[in-house]
Design a protein around this ligand. Structure first.
Ligand code: 4AZ
Length: 296
């Protein structure tokens, strides 16, 4: 095809695609189009929305999968030895946490539509693409109530085909007990190889950000246009934004100062934006479910 024709053909395809995405599946208001952006292995992302232009009674699809650890710093895997990188043949897709010798906890939206044979887990490395060990997954146990449209019950267990020998760079994280109390403002740590939203910050190395737990009711209020947050979710971040998990961090750990796995990176509106904290699956809620399926 001639270059000119090819260009015209391409812009036509782009125009039609934008029309379909904006006109049928989402909303176009005051120039704001909520465009679901496909990302490697994922299906839907809401990227841009003009909050002032939206009436408060419409419920938008949950935004997710749009960025990486923002406002953080490089850490070594020995600082977060429970952290794993979940991979397909294309490389890193999500984070996860070692919870026992043969078990990893991640997000259900990371495993949705995948088969165990296609997944690998890199453990014991500060870099997602090299080092440590690459283990096979024997079985995916995805939460039976996981709901893709509102991201509720975003939990998945990965049964590994080999036992992990614990060392300084690979070990299990403690799960919360039913009676543990986590308070608004408690500082937690989120880690991952996700987007830093800053070209000068490498995403090859594991990064960490410190984020305080965010009041549940206030978080639900902030996200009311996206359906609010459920009891299976916990929010963390600053009202002024700046530090957050982002694209590629999903499935990864949110850990309290006492070393307890409080949350699993799940979703949020963009990354590190003021008034939109990160939303995590609340591990305490899934404690019995984890015990039932893994014995952990
Ligand atoms: C993601 O795509 C993702 N800022 C994770 C967390 C958040 C946004 C996106 C929250 O993995």
């Amino acid at each position: 095809m001639h270059e000119n024709m090819l260009r015209k053909f391409t812009s036509c395809i782009v125009a039609v695609t934008l029309f379909v995405l904006c006109g049928f599946t989402t909303n176009v208001r005051a120039g704001a189009c909520i465009v679901p952006q496909p990302l490697k292995g994922q299906e839907m992302h809401v990227l841009r929305v003009d909050e002032d232009a939206l009436p408060s009674d419409i419920v938008l699809p949950r935004p997710r999968l749009d960025g990486r650890i923002v406002g953080g710093y490089k850490v070594n895997i020995t600082d977060a030895p429970h952290q794993i990188s979940l991979q397909t043949s294309g490389g890193h897709i999500c984070g996860g946490s070692i919870i026992a010798n043969r078990w990893v906890l991640t997000a259900a939206h990371c495993t949705a539509g995948k088969t165990a044979e296609k997944l690998k887990v890199r453990i014991g490395s500060s870099q997602e693409s090299t080092g440590g060990q690459l283990l096979r997954v024997k079985e995916i146990v995805q939460h039976e109530k996981f709901n893709y449209s509102n991201v509720d019950y975003d939990f998945s267990l990965l049964h590994l085909d080999k036992e992990i020998q614990y060392s300084d760079n690979k070990k299990a994280i403690k799960l919360p007990e039913e009676e543990d109390q986590f308070m608004d403002g408690d500082i937690c740590y989120v880690t991952g190889w996700g987007n830093t939203q800053n070209a000068s910050e490498s995403r090859q190395w594991l990064r960490q950000a410190e984020v305080p737990l965010f009041n549940h009711e206030l978080c639900s209020e902030k996200y009311k246009q996206f359906g609010g947050v459920t009891e299976r979710m916990v929010c963390a971040g600053y009202m002024e934004g700046g530090k957050d998990a982002c694209q590629g961090d999903s499935g990864g750990p949110l850990v309290s100062k006492d070393g307890v796995l409080v949350g699993v990176v799940s979703w949020g509106y963009g990354c590190a934006k003021p008034e939109y904290p990160g939303v995590y699956s609340r591990v305490q809620y899934a404690r019995d479910w984890v015990r039932k399926h893994s014995g952990v």
